[in-house]
Write a protein that binds this ligand. Sequence first.
Ligand code: ATP
Length: 590
Amino acid sequence: MLFSELAKYYEKLEATSSRLGMIDIFAEALKSASVEEIDKIIYMTQGVLAPAFDGIEFGLAEKMAEEAIAIATGYTKEETDRDYKKSGDLGITAENLKSKSKLKPMLQKKYTVIEVYNTMKKISETSGSGSKDIKIRLLSELIASSAGIEARYLVRYPLGQLRLGLGDATILESLSIAKTGSRVEKETLERAYNLCSDLGYVGKELFEGGIGRVRNFKVAMFKPIRPALAERLPTAEEILKKMGGRCAVEQKYDGFRCQVHMHGKKVRIFSRRLEDTTQMFPDIADAALKEVHSDDIIFEGEALAYNEATGEFLPFQETIQRKRKHEIGKKAIELPLHLIAFDLMYANGKSYMNEEYETRRKMLEKLLEGSTTIIPSNRIITDSSKEMEEFFEASVENGLEGIVAKDLKAPYIAGARKFSWIKMKRSYKGELSDTIDVAIVGYYLGRGSRASFKFGGLLCAVYNKKRDMFETISRLGSGFTEKQMSELEELLSKIKTQAKPARVDSLVKPDFWVYPKYVVTVRADEITKSPMHTCGREKQEDGTEAGYALRFPRLVGEEAIRSDKSVEEVNQTSEIIEMYKMQKKVRVEG
Ligand code: ATP
């Protein structure tokens, strides 16, 4: 496929205001691609070169893209910059200047999708002295031979500003339609995706081996499994009832979730967000090699610091120091970390994904026998709500977050929040016990005392998985530091749009819309009903319509703006509804 053809599909995608329209357009694009092109087209459309866990970055700054545009069109850097100030979008500037290029038209080479992808890969791989000029030259060559509209996407792609608005679910549905003519295989594809976190790979397997191959998809070493997640309930009685009268109850540790893959001498550790964080945990990687009795294994646990002298787990804030990438070696000595293992997915050449929890747990204990750095989580098996309650209280007294109850018979359910795991956490007076992750879908200009700022707050949404839509839940105007405000203004102004993005459902209109791309973590006092928001919106007893909203939301912490988390991983509408129901019964600690 020529890149110019793909660019035409992108133009259509950008113009459509309906989610179903997006799926049909992208399915058409996939249908006209060859097997070799599928994974590349998927990565390109996601705005990446490889799955996120590979951590590959373009390393191309805006100034460099401006220079590439200038070289390819014969304008000066200043003229290019002036056009950018006007358009607010370097892709549009590239397209503008290309259409009135000052250079003599030359014989144009028509690049294929694969050629463009390979050049972009080269741009990302070029490093060291002189690399800046090489990157600029590679990009300018592509722009020089493009005919207008392609230039828009050639520039936006390496800057991470495609503005297409397709999410994982949208891509999976398009794949199903492109290959089978209907949406029904979306779930089969999603299951495969949950096992490998790599949409390009799933697409390639589908196009190469048909849906049969995708049905037989297995976990793969060094491709992270999307983590199982826990539902929540407020009391031990309710948990036991839901679990059929008997279950395992593990302590809930508040550290870093680690998914460890080990094969031969190679170890990779993935975070809850599926980033490769191996270099942050040298002592755990080392222990995996030395202490685990298996040649290959995939298992997970919570990494946290532990004070050997007092036998206490250190608070989250102290553990977090470890996360800072600097001085890892030194910190490893000062704060030895432990990995509290709680699940097993693969060992000795066998997948444990479909085995019952109790089987996985027993095997995990066997493989960790005698280990000291990696130890199995503390747990009980009980049919008594009183015993569960006592275990919960003891955990909280030990400075832990609470408990996670586990269904003894359940398989490992990748990438989903299910009642096979149920958490119960301590909560504080006047606050929701959980922070909430929301997607930014719009923003406001400063008003009143903030009138001089280009940033006055956010419009936030949660994800409705069934509808594959983002539903608004709150305006967010407090908790920002000045640094965060200017950071947000800078990030968001680059992806703002005039029209509401196709997958956003909103009754309020912010000053600017943005494609769901960034995630922020907020804390709120409670969840309330509101006629203004679309989260879980439905008819009320009095005949009016209302959705759910956050009361007194504020941004929390220095690391509240998270570009590491994909927008589909924010809290879901169904969770918000559950939290709302739970609020009424919630336990309160003094
Ligand atoms: P939270 O903020 O409550 O950790 P979450 O969305 O990150 O929420 P959940 O699946 O809702 O994750 O809750 C389970 C989380 O608790 C896991 O992600 C894991 O990091 C952590 N955890 C700590 N101890 C355990 C345990 N024994 N079993 C399972 N998960 C545990």
